[in-house]
Design a protein. Structure first.
Length: 331
């Protein structure tokens, strides 16, 4: 993270003070490093032979003083909005563990936002036949998914007693109500119009989700690219109802089987592996969520009216980009 002074040079007054501190009244070594001789030694008295280099090291330069005086907020604050971020926590119980739960949930939302950005970047690149840019965005999202999944660590050891100490503060709040997570799911092809219902009271959020519901998913863009490259993707897949969840196709499985049986360095095969990396980490996210929930509340009903662990178990059994997994059995 930047230290708040990066990119700023000290003013003339500060430079002058630093120079005075560096070479002012410093005792018997004053002058070294600025071309001056040692005190009491005349130029002709040097014991360094003419034409030789003085082996004595020059005095190390003093580090520059960072710019500290700003009008208003700092440039770092203006860019990061750290003051906004660090004042968004409003706990509803006296239990200190609630702060951990709340901040971790907010961090997850930020990672959702970054990952949606990466997958939308990849989808646009695929529409433009720019596979290199798409793979780069997918690879970045893999690192971001790893960081997202690590967010379960602060919550993964919660005991039922610890979770119950502030669970009532959540009311009917539940993670499945996250609009940004829903956009992630839609980009993965996990479409469901019913998941827009909780957001009817937030017009902007609802409009964004409705737009995402009707747009091609990331995987839809991949399949369209495969078709443009001459691979036999069925018309029924290419022109399917985009508002419905993607269903596996034997013909698409055959396309991936042929790609994987060919040159591993082929651009489309590498695209398939980047997508598989994403799919694996999505599966791990769902399983980590399941384990954390099971430890914290067992088989009790989830917040928000969900079935809790039973709901998460059902989700964890599903693979995204399904043919990328089943094709491996035929290579």
């Amino acid at each position: 993270m930047p230290d708040g002074g990066a990119g700023h040079r000290p003013g003339l007054a500060i430079c002058a003070e630093a120079a005075q501190d560096a070479g002012g009244d410093r005792g018997p070594r004053a002058g070294i490093g600025r071309g001056g001789p040692l005190p009491g030694v005349h130029a002709g008295d040097s014991d360094v032979p003419p034409g030789s280099t003085d082996p004595r090291p020059a005095e190390a330069a003093e580090p520059e003083t960072p710019h500290l005086d700003f009008e208003g907020t700092t440039p770092y604050e203006d860019y990061v909005r750290a003051d906004v971020l660090t004042h968004l926590q409003h706990t509803l119980s006296d239990d200190p563990g609630e702060m951990v739960f709340l901040v971790t949930s907010q961090v997850m939302e930020l990672w959702f936002t970054v990952i949606v950005h990466e997958w939308e970047t990849a989808a646009r690149a695929l529409r433009a036949d720019d596979v290199t840019t798409a793979i780069a965005a997918l690879k970045r999202s893999v690192r971001e998914l790893e960081a997202l999944n690590a967010s379960w660590k602060p919550l993964g050891q919660l005991t039922p007693t610890q979770f119950n100490s502030y669970r009532s503060a959540l009311g009917e709040g539940s993670g499945f109500q996250s609009a940004m997570y829903r956009r992630m799911e839609f980009l993965l092809g996990e479409k469901s119009a019913s998941m827009l219902v909780p957001h009817r009271g937030a017009p902007r959020v609802h409009a964004e989700l409705e737009k995402a519901l009707h747009e091609p998913s990331l995987y839809d863009e991949v399949l369209r690219l495969l078709a443009r490259r001459g691979h036999p993707v069925p018309d029924a897949v290419l022109h399917r109802d985009l508002t419905l969840r993607y269903e596996s196709s034997p013909e698409v499985e055959a396309v991936w089987t042929a790609l994987y049986a060919g040159d591993e360095a082929d651009q489309l095969a590498r695209l398939g592996e980047a997508l598989t990396d994403v799919a694996e980490l999505v599966w791990r996210w769902r399983n980590d969520h399941l384990v954390a929930t099971r430890r914290a509340m067992g088989a009790k009903s989830g917040t928000g009216g969900s079935a809790g662990v039973a709901w998460l178990e059902k989700r964890a059994q599903k693979n995204v980009f399904p043919e990328l997994w089943t094709a491996r059995s035929h290579v």
